[in-house]
Design a protein around this ligand. Sequence first.
Ligand code: AMP
Ligand code: GLY
Length: 426
Amino acid sequence: MKILVIGSGGREHALIWKLAASPRRPVLYCAPGNAGTADLATNVPISAGDLDELLAFALREQIDLTVVGPDDTLAAGCVDRFEAAGLRIFGPCQQAARLESSKIFAKDFMLRHGIPTARAGSFDHPADAIRFLDTVAFPVVIKADGLALGKGVVICASRDEAVGAIRSMMEAKIFGAAGSRILIEEYLEGVECSIHALIDGEHALLFPVARDHKRVGENDIGPNTGGMGTVSPPPEATPGLIDRVRHEVIDPFLRGIAADAIPFRGMLFPGLMLTADGLRVLEFNCRFGDPETQPIMCRLRSDLPALCEAALDGRLDQVRMDWDPRAALGVVMAAGGYPDGVRKGDPIEGLERAARLPGKVFHAGTAIGAAGKVLTSGGRVLCAVGLGDTVGAAQREAYALVAAIRWRDVQFRSDIGHRAIARERA
Ligand code: AMP
Ligand code: GLY
């Protein structure tokens, strides 16, 4: 079996690692991949946005299954192109991926199908959006409709800040076309977490709950990032919560895609807020999370190729999954300056030392330099995952890996899991 994974982040390294563990011993390719995927797969130098070359490669190599990592590859219609050419590919088609690539489309879908979410208004013109501010209480949340590399959400404490955010998205177009339309949304207070659900168009299989740490700084301060670390499961993830997610989010989602004839096959990854008034969906992602996938794959015992195939064949009702009950915790190690501009090309020391320790280090922004040395090549560089009977034990294992590795100006949060560990101690 030949499998191609599209993407180059920590998520893709974790997927490759898990696919490589399949008893079917698949031959693996990663496009374009990183220094970590190169250990287990053949890296193919095609960017995740080059659909023509990806398709030509998959046809030439007779790839049996393609797994798509990035949201923009899905939004560009990669799955539609591959399916039209008769290839098997895991991920939603372009129409289904709009549930992530248009926040207004997703909001309308949620309201239409009774999925709990924040109240919001959608706007095509800045003047209308600014006038609407006279009717809201602050803070409000302003969201660019389209994909904006995780930066298209601004929490505004005052009217002035909100006007500034509206003007920068809709007039200065800091996110390009993604900000031509916006949502203005009620601010929700609560505890955030997320869930992954494998969807085959008709049935869903829920993965464990996870919690990302989106802010760059300790104690959750500073700018938002793609994610600085993950805990799975957080202590809030009781069986009761999972039942509520199933009944309030996933079941109406399945009824909604059936009613709207949206052929969704792939991973649904909703961001959730647990508020005093119940749970609310913050957003739908239509792919695996990064860095959520890294600890989650460390806990998955079932065969990943078989799960992807069951989703494509509409057989998820016949599948059971097996999970390691231990907690997993991933710490992202980023280049200095992240989430703004970063320097690339710094040699990473200590990877061999870390490989002898328990736990697993996944690569994200890494590349192999001229002398075979692993170099930094992006904002988020590595994700070190530890496992343990408690979140505290998983945290110790993860930070032992972090301590073994260094490069110039490395940055990471020292408090990943802080909320979960405070609850464990209480
Ligand atoms: P999103 O890309 O929609 O997940 O938003 C990014 C982050 O903004 C989320 O992880 C939340 O921390 C925050 N956020 C989004 N929507 C809201 C909301 N309605 N109320 C409070 N915080 C929000
Ligand atoms: N870690 C959040 C995301 O993948 O969107």
